[in-house]
Write a protein of this length. Sequence first.
Length: 298
Amino acid sequence: MTNGGGITEAERCTKLTRQLGVSIGPSQLVQAHTVLKKLKDKYADRPVLVLGGRGHKAREVLESYGFSEVYISLDILAWDPSIWPFHILTDFEKSIVKTKDFSNIAFDAVIVIYDPLDWAMDLQITCDLLRSRSKVFRQPYKTTGELSGPTPTNNVDLIFCSPDLLWKSDYPLTRFGQGAFKEAVQAAFKAVTGITYPFTQYGKPEKPTYEFAGEVLRARMVELEGPSTRPLPTIYMVGDNPASDIAGANNAAWKSVLVHTGVYDPGQGPPAHTPTIEAEDVEKAVHWAFTESTGLRL
């Protein structure tokens, strides 16, 4: 279970299998956007703009879930380069775009599945669509009253799949994540309209994501053992981010193990959310969870 993503579950599992030397299948993985499978019926044949990841990987993700009308920012740019004249499409980008006349396509949603690579372009295109009176590009902007009235109508749904403000790479200091892009969208939108835009948040620590993970675990039990009425066993969350991993696990009544090899730095003081236990690294966390659940030592 991860707030990462940007590629299909099948592609991620292939990479994990190669890295870990153990066979991992899609039924064992929940990425930040995997929960969007539950929205397939709502958006299956409706135009959506998907942001994040490299090339057209984000489109591939949603199409693998059953969405059929999926567009990326590069499609919009290819249709009208003046929407963001600072990005010139490469030959590769030209080869992956869908050619459409977006002047008559009304979008139902903007879905951010992963960290965008070109924040500036995606920020502009997102705000254009959120402000559009008819949910169509190039159309007049709504007034603030139309956006914020008691019952706003004709709004484009805005969905984020990870709230993580920070994450850890090989760089010695934390890096901005998708949560920072969300903050940028809201700040820019408020600067031009005076209001913030309503949105739906998925990913850790959000309740719908943990409920979905519980469903995945239940399905995995059935896959391994056959139909059963027994409850799920104790679930252990091992993570490095107190704000997502530990907060979400605690709220879901899972046992939480905070490791010191990522976002959380014990030298900066106690975590904002208290785990069941802290561990130096993932290996020690797994050893503790195994012993705690079985009474045996690895």
